[in-house]
Design a protein around this ligand. Structure first.
Ligand code: PGA
Length: 243
């Protein structure tokens, strides 16, 4: 059983400046753990840094600097005191056509700048129905982590997020998640000889199901989308998983 869990809030492209201000007032001082990472929409990050929250980005680019309009580099993130970046989220893969090769380059650049990378992997409903989950995860892991030296794995966290569970209210059973995380960990051990890589679960984690999900023996924590934008729900999740 892994005791100390990590909770990562992925707020995606949600909330206005005014709502963020209310949000900060509501969570004021109650997060109280260095095992909670909040990933707001990037323009709001300074507000969170100012109040000493551990902050992450929802995406970073593959170069240090240059003419890449709209992008944020891991070097810039590090220079702001941002310690974490999410890479390869299924929404990036789907809407921005990010493929494993690009994701791999982003992962390497982020690690080079000493960020912690949360690499997201997960299967679609169709892939699941066709019993292809392990095959898909294997491809995403091999593609996303290609060429990493063993010591670089200290900066990697994997997030297992079945795409059919994201934002849908549908969640796999604890047995299914345990089995899949077991597969992911054994694969990383087999291929990269790296033991005990942290694996988070993400996909419709809420204040209602967190108690049950928290019983999963091999999960290292949770990546929370929708519920992280609601202070009460997010604090409840933190209370159950981290405190
Ligand atoms: P959700 O999103 O919690 O709203 O399902 C999770 C995620 O996309 O990281």
């Amino acid at each position: 059983m892994e005791n100390k869990k990590i909770v990562v809030g992925n707020m995606k492209m949600n909330l206005t400046a005014e709502e963020i201000s209310d949000y900060l007032k509501e969570i004021n001082g109650q997060v109280g753990s260095n095992r909670v990472v909040i990933c707001p929409t990037s323009i709001y990050i300074p507000y969170f840094l100012k109040q000493d929250y551990l902050v992450g980005l929802q995406n970073t680019f593959l170069h240090e600097s240059g003419a890449y309009t709209g992008e944020i580099s891991p070097k810039q993130a590090a220079s702001m005191g941002i310690a974490v970046t999410i890479i390869g989220h299924s929404e990036r893969r789907m809407y921005f056509d990010e493929k494993d090769k690009l994701i791999n380059e982003k992962v390497k650049e982020a690690i080079k700048q000493n960020l912690r990378v949360i690499l997201c992997i997960g299967e679609t409903a169709e892939e699941r129905n066709m019993m292809r989950t392990e095959k898909v995860l294997r491809k995403q892991i091999l593609g996303g982590l290609r060429g990493l030296e063993k010591d670089m794995f200290d900066n990697v966290i994997l997030a297992y997020e079945p795409i059919w569970a994201i934002g849908t209210g549908e969640v796999p059973t604890n047995e299914e998640i345990t089995k899949t995380i077991g597969y992911i960990k054994s694969l990383v051990l087999e291929i990269y000889d790296y033991e005990s890589i942290p694996v988070l679960y993400g996909g419709s984690v809420t204040d209602k199901n967190i108690k049950e999900l928290n019983k999963i023996p091999n999960v290292s924590g949770f990546l929370v989308g929708g519920a992280s934008t609601k202070p009460k729900k997010f604090l409840k999740i933190i209370e159950v998983a981290v405190k």
